[in-house]
Design a protein around this ligand. Structure first.
Ligand code: PEP
Ligand code: MG
Length: 598
């Protein structure tokens, strides 16, 4: 059989590493439709016909409801859908392919509709070109009726998958078998989207922002993914694979390299100790955090216990056991549980929140928790109860007013008092922190800081809100500039206020894991960073080589420069001059991904 031609795509590498694997295409609902061999093809054909019947009944019912409300002239679209369901030629083709290929109905249906959609999309006539969405609509309905009796399972999948999808809800990480996923390729997304952050945490190489790759890939195609330079090759030639072999092997062993760099205590040369903690989302990242020498968890994104939960959200007991495991495993180091930061991505099943027009500015984080007080009280209870098992901290996300802290403190006191009424219950104090990630919080920092024990600076969101740039939108990714002078002024202000009030301030956004920025942050006066666990050894090593007074000098100069590009260039050169180790790969990272406004 002739081999398929190579196709090369360029996107942006958001999680490093080079891997080879086979494509698993997900649809717009993050489902994978796979080809499964069915022994009894007749039974499969009947299953397909039952799904068609069920779809017809639903459409008929929908049609009469619509006619009652708005009259029959508006239900014409549903007539067209019903006609498509009854299209004999199409149904016969699908049935023949099921019978002859012994293939599952979902697979045959999606293959057939994808072909039809492509044909419609290629038409000149605009009216007919638009009809492809009707076909997708109908296919979706049939699929939903099919999937009821055969839910998707990861068990039968091979272990070298590269997921290819338009977007990828981070909640899918919580339900998928991550051991089987080698890489991730998305048409959408950006470097600080949660999907990118978690990919880095799980060491899954990822490329995002590749337009229209879905049309050129089918599940099972071989893919060569380079998370460093953002290139994805579909059906790579043997020669190309050979030429990348070295990089693939280097990625395989880099985890061991990283974990062997933990010998020094973290400190900036000639300066005070530095605390390097890990950001985590899933419990099984704990071992990476410990291996890489994290001195605690700086921020546990607790929404990942909620994502994809079969009951909608976890019980108090489930949360208690997760938090207890976290503090026990990390003891004697502290663990900061960030309370539910839901809303910007879908968390709850049957979620009315899913329909917010602008979710990242909507009912998310502390706003949602204070609205859903029962769920919030349960989370607080679980955190307080686990406080005796180690060193526990609590952090509140998306705070924009001091009233939100007051209300939360009142709730914490109530939950604490209720628990203490139970005979035998003992609770330890739990320091309270606030995420500084909204410009209003930066400008009212003194007021907020006085109410809490420590600050966590969420630069991912702070950059997004400060610069009015959606962190997940590839069209404006060039404006997502962590080194924008306005962002750096915010950081300087935070450091000054925190030091004046003697409140520890921990940088928790993705910038912490960039070695150049880490030096800049030290120069500005920060002494606590929390990051993807795998970056900790590198950051520890870099800080060890940079004298504090040089870092301060660099920070002073940076604050006088006018553009992110100039700042990035100066910072990279100044830090590189002081280092004995080669940070060449990061040089590209900082210039390409942090200051890419040219
Ligand atoms: C941030 O906003 O920088 C942060 C640390 O939180 P998240 O990425 O979960 O929004
Ligand atoms: Mg945030």
């Amino acid at each position: 059989m002739a081999s398929k031609p190579e196709i090369i795509f360029q996107g942006s590498g958001v999680s490093p590493g080079v891997v080879l694997g086979q494509a698993l295409k997900l649809d717009s609902h993050n489902r994978a439709i796979l080809r499964i061999h069915v022994d009894d093809a007749e039974a499969e054909a009947r299953r397909f016909l039952r799904a068609i019947e069920a779809s017809k009944e639903q459409l008929e019912a929908l049609k009469s409801r619509l006619e009652e409300k708005v009259g029959s002239e508006h239900s014409i679209i549903l007539d067209a859908h019903l006609l498509m369901l009854e299209d004999r030629t199409l149904n016969e083709e699908i049935l023949t392919n099921i019978r002859e290929g012994h293939a599952n109905a979902e697979w045959v249906l999606t293959q057939t509709t994808e072909r039809l959609v492509r044909a419609y999309e290629s038409l000149d006539d605009e009216y007919f070109r638009e009809r492809h969405s009707d076909i997708e609509n109908i296919a979706e309905r049939i699929l939903l009726n099919l999937s009821g009796d055969r839910p998707f399972s990861w068990d039968s999948l091979p272990g070298d998958l590269i997921i290819v999808s338009h977007d990828f809800n981070p909640s899918t990480f919580a339900v998928m078998d991550v051991q089987k996923v080698r890489g991730l390729v998305l048409e959408s997304g950006g470097r600080t989207s949660h999907t990118a952050i978690i990919s880095r945490g799980l060491r899954i190489p990822a490329v995002m922002g590749i337009r229209e790759i879905l049309d050129s890939v089918v599940t099972g195609d071989r893919l060569l993914l380079n998370g460093d330079d953002g290139q994805v090759v579909v059906n790579p030639s043997e020669a190309r694979i050979e030429s990348m072999r070295g990089q693939m092997e280097a990625f395989g062993s880099s985890a061991e390299y990283a974990s062997s760099q933990t010998a020094w205590t973290a400190q900036i040369k000639n300066g005070s100790p530095v605390s390097l903690r890990a950001n985590t989302e899933l419990l099984h990242e704990l071992s990476a955090a410990k291996k890489c020498g994290a001195e605690g968890i700086g921020m546990f994104r607790s929404e990942f216990l909620f994502f994809g939960h079969p009951q909608g959200f976890p019980s108090t007991e489930e949360q208690y056991s997760a938090y207890r495991k976290l503090v026990q495993e990390m003891n004697p180091y502290p663990v900061a549980i960030r309370t539910l930061d839901a809303g910007s991505e879908k968390v709850f099943k049957n979620d009315y929140l899913a329909n917010q027009a602008n979710p990242s500015m909507g009912l998310r984080g502390i706003r949602l928790s204070l609205r859903a007080k029962k769920v919030f009280s349960e989370q607080i209870e679980a955190i307080l109860r686990a406080s005796c098992d180690g060193k526990m901290e609590m952090v509140l996300p998306m705070v924009s007013t001091v009233e939100e802290i007051w209300q939360t403190k009142t709730l914490i006191e109530k939950v604490r008092a209720d628990l203490l009424r139970i005979p035998g219950v003992k609770l330890d104090p739990v320091p309270l922190g606030v995420m500084i990630e909204v410009p209003a919080a930066v400008l009212s920092l003194e007021v907020l800081a006085k109410e809490v024990d420590f600050l966590c600076v969420g630069t991912n969101d702070l950059i997004q809100y400060m610069l009015a740039v959606d962190r997940g939108n590839p069209h404006v990714a060039y404006l997502f500039q962590p080194l924008h002078p306005a962002v750096l002024q915010c950081l300087k202000h935070i450091s000054e206020v925190a030091n004046k009030l003697n409140k520890p301030a921990r940088i928790c956004g993705e910038i912490s894991s960039n070695p150049f920025v880490a030096v800049l942050l030290m120069g500005m006066g920060f002494r606590q960073l929390s990051m993807n666990p795998l970056s900790i050894p590198m950051i520890r090593r870099v800080l060890h080589e940079i004298p504090l007074d040089s870092a301060q000098e660099i920070a002073g100069k940076v604050l006088t420069l006018a553009t992110a590009h100039e700042i990035g260039k100066y910072l990279t050169e100044a830090v590189s001059r002081l280092l004995k180790i080669d940070l060449a790969p990061y040089v590209r990272e900082i210039t390409d991904k942090m200051t890419n406004y040219e």
